[in-house]
Ligand binder design. Structure first.
Ligand SMILES: [Zn+2]
Ligand SMILES: [Zn+2]
Length: 228
């Protein structure tokens, strides 16, 4: 049984990664940050999105992975309309990081409708209020919906098509600009910084600690539809 360990630094933390070949089809990656263990198996056929929003399918383990410093233990191919496309390098460390940061449910998303008055929230929640404020800004919202239409830009859900006239014009608006890029003089750009999304997609976008990108969500949704 092959087993490797690699340390990686992120935001001052130093999780330890262990790569274990369970069999010829399955790689187990364990992320150990000071005893906080997160592990996941990657198997042939497993689909996931990469940092740049590509949907890829794992086609084999990398036989040279144990000697690679960057942690490229997976060999994946991009999924295109015509099936499997070109080979793309994907680091197992990156994948476990994405899974870890986005499936850590310690901080649940607070929907705009649940936010009532500032001052009673802890620091993390206040940041969410700040983002949600942009998502609720009526002028910017309207300009965004005028530009894109009241249709989810991820799954194409349209409330009026399903709920008839009662759903007409309803859509949520997601603010994509990272908090780190926002300062006091910031004004929201309705087309660049906002995107209409349905309530389901909006919830999943915000499920993790840091929101997924719209490209990642679109790739995920395309993958689900392909399998359906
Ligand atoms: Zn949607
Ligand atoms: Zn949002």
């Amino acid at each position: 049984m092959l087993k490797w360990q690699r340390a990686k630094s992120k935001n001052g933390q130093k999780p330890l990664y262990t790569f274990e070949e369970i069999d010829g089809n399955t790689l187990r990656v364990i992320r150990d940050n000071k005893g906080e263990i997160f592990e996941r198996n990657f198997s042939i056929g497993h689909r996931f999105t990469t940092y740049n929003g590509l949907l890829v399918e794992m086609v084999s383990l990398n036989p040279n992975g144990g000697s690679s410093d960057s942690g490229y233990y997976l060999i994946v191919r991009e999924i295109t309309k015509n099936g499997l496309g070109r080979k793309t390098d994907v680091s197992a460390q990156n994948q476990i990081d994405i899974l870890y940061w986005n499936q850590n449910e310690s901080e649940e998303f607070i929907a705009p409708s649940e936010v009532q008055g500032a001052g009673v929230f802890i620091e993390g929640a206040v940041k969410k209020v700040l983002v949600n404020r942009y998502e609720r800004e009526p002028k910017a919202r309207k300009a965004c919906i005028d530009h894109f239409g009241a249709t989810c830009q991820i799954c194409h859900f349209n409330f009026s098509k399903v709920y008839g006239v009662y759903g007409e014009g309803f859509i949520e608006v997601h603010h994509v600009k990272p908090l780190s890029e926002i300062n006091d003089s910031y004004t929201v750009d309705p087309v660049e910084d906002l995107v209409p999304v349905c309530s389901n997609c909006h919830s999943i976008l915000h499920r993790g600690k840091t929101p997924l990108s719209v490209a990642q969500m679109q790739a995920m949704f395309a993958g689900v539809r392909k399998d359906a």
